[in-house]
Design a protein around this ligand. Structure first.
Ligand code: NAD
Length: 393
């Protein structure tokens, strides 16, 4: 087998597990070599009239469970190895929550802030022209990711439908509701994470009202999970964004914190709170720590100072592999990102189902179904050690 396309990061991640699971070489190859890799350059006309070429990628890692699924990111550091790794993680994520999907990821190497809306629209349409013969509701279904949103998905879908000459909403998820997007999609990642945590708290025999939570990151994911947990009675003692953090050992009223941030543009100076640095937030003595900002936040430098009982990885890869080992030694339970933040892809799946049926669900129906998928996945995962030991004996 030609090994040129092996995903090195995937190999490093799966190697340890492969030993535990006794995987053979063929299985290891399937899990480390993407099925299809598209690398292309394409022209975009700038507002000045000049033409500039951009590099784009789409990796369809594995389609054993169904059509591949994964976002498209616009970022200057996008590169093939990163896209392969993220496509691999999407493969695992869809399997963990039992979706009938494989995994994919795509991206354009670009700093989107440097381009006008019109240029970004031409770029989005140009990207779709390159991959249109390789995507589709039964083949590969893109979605938003870093620096891409519902508007970009709308441009991409419009270009796809123009090229194919037919209505095809199930080809792309994360669309605006008016174009067939799903209700609750915008806070589905956080809601999914909250369902996972609620299940864990029950397994660990903890009580929501007595559970103190610290959340790093106050964007879409961090703000919404802090709000939801607070509404459910959890004591959210600390939150932070890239500028600052706030802390109150008796708990913060997150609705008021959101209003304060909307009004002042920052978290600091929230009434009744103390300022806290991001480093200190990660090291707080709290029941639950929710990293919901960026990757590589808990590393071998600070993992030993972590004092939380549970960590819910809402960001993608917030804990480095070295830090993971340290946390394991300290007996800190980590719920990995591929389950904790899978709520977004579950509701993307619901969007695809609704588009295919042309029958749309209420927000209540979407959330009930999301809860079932997330809690079933936690239960299945928590039964796994017992299942394995009874299989071995
Ligand atoms: P976002 O851009 O809306 O928010 C990011 C937040 O992190 C902002 O509040 C920012 O100020 C804060 N931040 C940045 N640097 C920080 C630092 N050093 N310390 C503390 N806070 C910092 O992004 P998002 O959509 O909320 O995504 C957050 C994470 O969740 C990312 O890792 C993303 O890949 C992951 N994720 C998001 C979704 C989704 O549906 N949005 C789904 C799965 C995973």
């Amino acid at each position: 087998m030609e090994k040129d396309n092996v995903c090195i990061n995937c190999y490093n991640q799966i190697d340890k597990v492969a030993k535990v699971l006794n995987l053979g070489q063929a299985e290891l190859d399937i899990l480390t070599i993407p099925k299809r890799i598209l690398t292309f350059s394409f022209p975009v006309k700038l507002d000045s009239g000049d033409i500039r070429y951009f590099t784009g990628y789409r990796v369809q890692f594995n389609d054993a469970r169904g059509p591949t699924k994964g976002g498209i990111r616009f970022h200057p550091e996008v590169n093939l190895e990163e896209i392969k790794t993220l496509a691999f993680l999407m493969t695992l994520k869809c399997a963990v929550v039992n979706l009938p999907y494989g995994g994919a990821k795509g991206g354009i190497m670009v700093e989107p802030k440097r381009f006008s809306q019109e240029e970004l629209e031409r770029m989005s349409r140009g990207y779709i022209r390159e991959i249109n013969n390789f995507i589709g509701a039964d083949i590969d279904i893109p979605a938003p990711d870093v620096n891409t949103d519902a508007k970009i998905m709308a441009w991409m879908l419009d270009e796809y439908e123009k090229l194919k000459g037919r209505h095809a909403p199930a080809t792309i998820t994360g669309k605006p509701i008016a174009l067939g997007g799903s209700k609750a999609r915008n806070f589905s990642t956080s809601m999914g994470g909250a369902y996972v945590l609620h299940e864990l708290v029950d397994i660990f025999d903890m009580k929501p009202r007595k559970t103190a939570v610290a959340v790093q990151g106050f964007g879409n994911v961090g703000m919404n999970i802090a709000r939801i947990l607070n509404e459910w009675g959890y004591k959210v003692v600390a939150v932070s964004d890239s500028k600052s953090g706030i802390y109150n050992k008796n708990g913060l009223n997150i609705k008021d914190v959101i209003q304060h941030k909307d009004k002042t543009g920052k978290l600091s100076k929230f009434k009744g709170s103390k300022e806290i640095s991001n480093e200190a937030l990660l090291e707080l003595k709290t029941d639950v720590l929710v990293p919901a900002a960026l990757e590589d936040q808990i590393t071998k430098k600070n993992a030993d100072n972590t004092k939380a009982k549970l960590i819910l990885e809402m960001a993608n890869r917030p804990i480095t592999p070295e830090a993971d080992d340290i946390l394991l030694d300290k007996n800190i339970f980590v719920m990995p990102d591929i389950l904790a933040n899978a709520g977004g892809v579950v509701v993307s799946y619901f969007e695809w189902v609704q588009n295919s049926m042309n029958f749309y669900w209420s927000e209540k129906e979407v959330l009930e179904r999301l809860k079932t998928y997330m809690t079933d996945a936690v239960k299945e995962l928590s039964n796994e050690p017992e299942r394995r030991s009874s299989k071995a004996s």
